[in-house]
Design a protein around this ligand. Structure first.
Ligand SMILES: *Cc1c(COP(=O)(O)O)cnc(C)c1O
Length: 356
């Protein structure tokens, strides 16, 4: 039976990517060697790094004015690397608190400088994106989480400000067209929409690539990775390779504008059913709903286990909601085809026939 995997992360990748990755694990480029046993400085792997960086630039729409870094440590390391590189104790940075990941980023930044939490939706369990707040005139950056993986909200309008935006885009990078000129730096752990766990992507505007004034460890200094083109130490070779395969796949699909349309189609199909079906309700405010992670509840929660059983019978996996929201969460990243969304909607309709 075909499985429909709605996992929030590590998440699905196209089947063709899994197959090509499996081949390269045995015999990379017909070299008779596995990609896992060659030097990260060999011509074969250098070409992989080069192509990965070029594909990121091309697909996200940046050119020579940006640095791209492929780092380890996940998005969580960026929570401290950003303030460690940019904030001195007397500096101020603004943070928008829109979910657990934002809160973690805030906690780390407070160890380095003055943090202004300009708005928070915590008191309503992060069901919306705050919109009316004042930004100070002077701050090093404004940090936002573009998509709140756990709570199913997404920023559809980024704050209007001259202060550079820093964004954690872990769960919606390359899912929609964005004006990259507005961002000083964006980062993303790969395992939601880019590739496998183990690599994080940092995209930094060159004119914003300010050197940390303090002495900080080399591995934690962006300048090190910029100067060494992400090859200061042994990078996560296999996650980078699989990310490259997935970026090739995305390009072949028609790039970000084509995938954005398909993501919108999937999200619309599922939200329409949540709004129509009397047994279900969405958890996020309509105008802030995420196109990647759809969070919803059964009005009668005592039926939760029965719904999960019906899902399982239809091949639907990993649909249970995060413990801080409850109910269900359908993560529908780029690699998910609309047939999987349809399979879920059909189960919701069958459920309505049974209990409605
Ligand atoms: C998953 C996730 C993270 C954490 O990523 P790691 O790579 O596990 O450190 C951070 N931010 C967002 C928005 C996420 O979805």
């Amino acid at each position: 039976m075909k499985k429909h995997n709605f996992s929030a992360g590590p998440a699905i990748l196209p089947h063709s990517v899994f197959e090509e990755a499996a081949k390269a694990a045995v015999n990379f480029n017909n070299s008779g060697l596995s990609i896992l046993e060659i030097s990260h400085r060999s011509p074969g792997f250098s070409a992989v790094v080069e192509e990965t960086i070029q594909l990121i630039k091309e697909l996200i729409g940046v050119g020579e004015n940006h640095h791209i870094m492929l780092l380890s440590g996940g998005a969580s390391s960026q929570f401290y690397m950003v303030p460690m590189n940019y904030l001195d104790p007397t500096d101020r940075a603004c943070y928008l608190d829109t979910g657990s990941w934002s809160a973690k980023a805030i906690k780390e930044a407070m160890k380095f400088g003055h943090v202004d939490v300009v708005a928070s939706s915590k008191e309503e369990n992060y069901t919306y994106i705050p919109k009316s707040y004042l930004l100070p005139e002077k701050a090093k950056y404004v940090h936002v989480t573009s998509n709140n993986t756990i709570f199913g909200t997404q920023i559809h309008e980024f704050p209007e400000t001259d202060i550079p935006l820093v964004s954690d885009m872990s769960s919606d990078i390359l899912s929609r067209k964005l004006d990259m000129e507005r961002f000083g730096l964006i980062y993303a752990g790969a395992q939601k929409n880019l590739g496998p766990a183990g690599v994080a992507i940092v995209i930094m505007k060159k004119d914003w690539a300010e050197r940390a004034k303090r002495e900080i460890p080399s591995m934690l200094n962006y300048q090190t990775h910029i100067e060494k083109n992400s090859l200061f130490n042994t990078p996560p070779v296999f996650p980078i390779y699989v990310t490259m395969l997935n970026l090739r796949w995305l390009k072949a699909q028609g790039g970000v504008s084509a995938i954005q349309e398909r993501n919108l189609e999937k999200a619309t199909l599922l939200y329409d059913e949540i709004d129509r079906n009397p047994l279900f309700q969405g958890t996020a405010r309509k105008e802030d709903r995420s196109h990647m992670n759809v969070t919803f509840l059964l009005n009668n929660e005592s039926l939760n286990d029965d719904f999960l059983t019906l899902c399982k019978q239809a091949g639907i996996e990993n649909i249970k909601g995060h413990r801080s929201v409850g109910g269900f969460r359908a993560s529908m990243y780029n690699a998910m085809g609309i047939e999987s969304t349809r399979a879920l909607v059909e189960v919701m309709q069958a459920f309505e026939e049974k209990y409605g």
